[in-house]
Structures are given as C-alpha cells and as structure tokens.
Write a protein of this length. Sequence first.
Length: 221
Amino acid sequence: MTTDGSALRVVLAEDDVLLREGLGSLLERSGFAIAGQAGSGPELLSLVRENPPDLVVTDIRMPPTHTTEGLEAARAIRAELPEVAILVLSAHAEVEHAMELLASGRGIGYLLKSRVTDVEDFIDTLHRIARGGSVVDPALVQELVSARRRDDPLGVLSPREREVLELMAEGRSNAGIGRRLWVTEGTVEKHVRSILSKLSLPETDDDHRRVIAVVTYLEAR
C-alpha cells in the first residue's frame, strides 16, 4: 500500500512469459497492482517513462543479447526517475552488478530468482524496497563475507559482530537483527557501533547509507 492507501503499482520485466505471468498473478493476489509487463529492456523503459510506477521488478538478462539489458534499463530509470523503486532479479550472485546497483540510491534491491519461491519473504522484500529500503540477497552477502584473505580486515570482529554485520548487509534494521538473533535492540546498537568503529566506517542514522557503506567495504576488500 502507498501512503494514501492505494495498491503499490508494479511494472514487471522478464522475457520468460510463464515466469512473468506467474509473478504478476502472485503480486496481484498479494495486493499489488500490475501497471505493465515487459519482455525486453526497451519495452520496460517505454512503459516506465509513459506512466511511472511505484516499483519495477526486472530480470538482469533480457533480449536481444541476454546480457545486462535489465540492469541497463534500471540504470536509466534510476537516472531519470529516482523516485521509482527497483528490484533486480538474477539467476546468479554477481557481485559487480549488485554493488553498482546498490550504490545508486534508496529503494533498490538485488535478489536471486530462487528467493521468489519463499512468497512471504519475497512480498516483504518488495514492500521494504518500495518504502526506500535496500535489500541484498543473503547468498551474495555470504559470498562476500566468506571470501576472506590472509589479511582479512574482518578479523577484528567477534563472531557475534560478524553475524550482525551479515544481517546489516541484508538491509535489516536493528530491531530486525535483534529478532533474528534473539537479543535486545539496545544490544544490537552496541554491536553496530563497535562494528563501524572497528572497520573505521562513520556512524549514521540512515539505514541505507549504513548498508551501502558496509557492503561496499566488504566488496572492496
């Protein structure tokens, strides 16, 4: 729902017609309004420019080359219509694409297609992105955190701080992290302050900036 109580308007972009229709049906049953469907990057851009939705859900790879058409369309939409939230779906965890996308602003997400099978979590993710949140697929976070080097800068963190860091990078709030780890929000806040201090990252009340700072740091190490 938007702030005025109306259904969130979504444009879907996916060249697999069965998957696209299935997603559309799922979203409609979950209270979203399908504002349009596209099977290519140019078609997606045309739909969004003509009647901007609240949210775009797009595959990365679409015709004609099946490389990064969806990502390129997402870049154009973000540049022209920054108020439109965007979720990019991918069959594989591609760090470079995900980091570039997440650095582009609020209301952005990168999710593996396999995540769509968990309907409740997928719908929650869409709402979080539409509200301006940043969502990173847990598989991507795990890949980043697990790819340690000999001089691993994360070595200064305790096991619990590493857990909190992973959940931060997934876009979870302090309250959400507390619920996942069964600790109080105050305890999570202490861990977050410690993590940011140990990693020499500035504290901020802006959840989006915190996610970007942490994930960018992990990707660059």
